[in-house]
Design a protein around this ligand. Structure first.
Ligand code: SAH
Length: 235
């Protein structure tokens, strides 16, 4: 049984604003994020942007001024949704997922996991009217140098990266500390039963039970792997 101690009694709230709510439900109904929710540590609320438009056909996008292919998401429903949320509670950040944002990395996820409430806006088509970005967004995040068709998958990536860092979400707190990037090192290789699979053996040192030696071995392998694959991390 896992005891959730008093210091964990802090629920983080993430409001997601999207045109495709269905696309976002799956990722949060499974595994670690589901557990986070069940333990009362993370609440993810999904808002359908179409519920915030006053347009009679529930239109949320329009042609761009100046011409050119692709629709632009209108400011009006987005402003209404964000203002409604902000009238209910304070937010640490209002994030827009966008390929020209700051590249998501572990330090950013660490920092965001300390927030109390955040809003994440998912874009579509050509993206959102620039005035949304200028006046409502406090942080812009990209998940990589490639373009996806919508901000939902990037938002799910961000929420997962943040959610698993909230104290009490992982069964073993220290687990996240040894993941790749936490200390600018990639994670060392891992092994599990059987010790010998058709002659493929696991390194004998990790079977010794000698914690100090194992820890040194893991550290050495982490450095080795980092030097080989990501020398840029070894400053
Ligand atoms: N015209 C825009 C791309 C729009 S893609 C440009 O060239 O910058 C449509 C939406 O998908 C974006 O508004 C954003 O919310 C999301 N998106 C696409 N790629 C992304 C990425 N790499 N990181 C974060 N969000 C992304």
């Amino acid at each position: 049984m896992v005891v959730v101690s008093k210091e964990y009694e802090r629920c983080m709230r993430i409001d997601l604003i999207t045109l495709l709510p269905d696309l976002l439900r799956g990722p949060f109904d499974n595994s670690i994020l589901k557990r986070a929710h069940e333990r009362g540590l993370l609440e993810v609320v999904i808002h359908n942007l179409r519920d915030y438009t006053s347009h009679k056909h529930r239109q949320v996008d329009d042609y761009q001024f100046g011409g050119g292919a692709g629709m632009v998401m209108m400011i009006e429903p987005i402003a209404r949704c964000i203002e409604q949320l902000k009238s209910e509670r304070d937010y640490d950040q209002v994030i827009y997922m966008t390929p020209d944002g700051l590249l998501l990395d572990q330090p950013t996820a660490n920092k965001l996991s300390m927030s109390k409430n955040i809003i994440i806006l998912c874009g579509h088509y050509k993206g959102v009217d620039q005035r949304v970005r200028d006046h409502f967004i406090t942080q812009e995040i990209s998940i990589g140098n490639y373009v996806l068709s919508g901000g939902e998958l990037p938002a799910a990536v961000l929420v997962d990266a943040i959610g698993r860092l909230i104290p009490g979400v992982l069964n073993d707190e220290s687990s996240a500390l040894f993941d790749s990037f936490q200390d600018d090192l990639l994670a060392p290789p891992v092994y599990t039963r059987p010790e010998d699979f058709n002659g493929l053996k696991v390194p004998s040192i990790i079977l010794t039970g000698d914690e100090k030696k194992i820890s040194q071995w893991r550290h050495d392998r982490a450095i080795e792997r980092t030097a080989e694959r990501r020398p840029d991390l070894l400053k």
